[in-house]
Design a binder for this molecule. Sequence first.
Ligand code: ADP
Length: 486
Amino acid sequence: MSRLPVTPPSAALIGGEWVPTPYSLSVEAPATGEPLAEIARCEAEHVEDAVMAARQAFDGQLGDWNRWSARQRGEWLYTFAAAIDADAETLSALECADTGKPMSQAKGDIAVCARYFRFYAGAADKLHGETIPFENGYSVMTLREPFGVCAQIIPWNYPSQIFGRCVAAALAAGNTVVLKPAEDACLSVLHLARIATQCGLPPGVLNVIPGLGKEAGAALAAHPFINHLSFTGSPATGTLVTQSAAANHVPVTMELGGKSPQVVFADADLDAALAAVVRGIIQNAGQTCSAGSRLLVESSCYDEVLSRLTQRFSELRCDAGENDPDCGALINARQRAKLEDRLAEAQADGIRVAASGSLADSAPSGGHFVVPQVLVDIPEGHYVACEELFGPVLAVQRFEDEADAVRLANSTDFGLCAGIWTNDGGRQLRLAKRIRSGQVFINNYGAAGGIELPFGGVGRSGHGREKGFEGLKSYTQLKTVAIRHD
Ligand code: ADP
C-alpha cells in the first residue's frame, strides 16, 4: 500500500460521530494502480441516519447550530479556513496521491478550498432580504432563509475544491449538509471533515457519507427529507439524480460536463492564447468539467497555431503527481480504457494525432496515464468535437470568419465555458453575447479560477450557479412576509 501522511477516517461522519460501516471500499492511487486506503461504504441505513442527524441539527434537536447568528457562522468558517491552511501540506499530499494530479495543482486546490471558506465567512452576515413598496397599510419584506438539509453529491476530479464550494456556501447560509464524496477520490474530503469537527462544528451540521454512487448516492438523492440537492458530475448521472429529486420536489443545482471552445482569432496575442489553451486542456489531465477541450482557430493563423502547439505538446510529460509533471494520471483504469477506445475509434475515422506529449522515464508502470494529444482533421459533428472525453485531448477545428466561429462554438449540446482570443473590442462583445455558455472569458481562460465569480452551465452543462455571492444565494430561499398594519 502506498504511504500517506495520515490515515483518513475509514468511517462515515454522522451526527458528529465517526461511524464504521460493515463493508468498505478500497481506494487506489491513479499514478501506480496500487491500493491507497480503505474507505467506508455507506448504505441506505447510513444515509437515513445522516439525513436525520442533519435534520435534527437544523431543527435544534441536536447541538445549537440553529441558534448561531450569521456572524457566528462566519467566524467558524474563518477558523476552519485557517485550520485548512495550517494542515495544507497533509491535505495536498492526500489530494495528490488520491486523484493523481500534479502536486502543485493539489496544493492550489487546497488553497482554493480554504479561500471558499474565507469568502463565504465574510459573506455570511451580508445576505439580506428586501422591503417591497406595496399598498398603503402594508409592509412587505423578503427574508432569505436556508433550505434546511442540503444534500451534496460531489465528484472525484476536484474533491477539496468542490467540498469548499458547496459546504462553505451551504453552512454560511445556515443550512446543514449531508455530503456524498466520490468513491474514486475522497481522502482529502474525509480529512477536511475531521478538521471541521476538531474546529468545533456542532454535531449533525456536516455529515459525510462515503460510498458507491448507486448505493449511498442514489439513497441520498431519493431521500424525502432533503431540502436541496447540489450535484457535480456527469450529465448521465445528473439526469438520474434530478429524476430522484423531482419525485420529492427538491430543488437542484446541476454542475455537469462541458466541451468548451477556445476561439482564437488571428489578431490575438498568440503567445498568451496558446499558453492558456495548453493549460486549459492538461490541467487535471483534462478531467475538468470546464476543460477547454476544443480549439477553434481562424484559418489565416491555423498553420502557425498548429506548429506552435506541436512544439509545446512535444515537451509535455506525464508522471506521478508527486513529481509535479505537466500532466498526471487519469483517475482509474476504466476511465483510461474508455478514453483509449474513443481515441482508437477516432483514428479509424481518419482523425489524425498532430502532436502529443510523452511519458516521463520516472512514471510508475502501473499508472493510468494517457499522454496529452492534439487531434486534427475532424469532420464536423464528429464525437471528438462534441463529446466530453475527460482526458488531455484537444480537438482542433478551423473557422473562416466570425459567424463561422460562433456557429462552431455553439455546435455542441454543452454550454459551460468559452475562451475568446481577439483584440477587436467589438468582436469581443459580439461573441460574448452570441456564444451559448455559462461563462465567457475574453483574452483569458478561467479567470484564474476566481471563486468570487458565479459559475454554472446552460444546456447539457447543467443549471443553477455556484461560487461567488450568487452561490451563497443559491443555498437560500425567499420567504415573503406581508404585514397589514393599518
Ligand atoms: P463518473 O462517472 O465520472 O464517476 P458520476 O457523475 O457518476 O461521474 O459521479 C459523480 C458523483 O455521483 C459521485 O459521487 C458518484 O458516486 C455519484 N453517483 C454515481 N451514480 C449515482 C447515482 N445513481 N445516484 C446518485 N449519485 C451517484
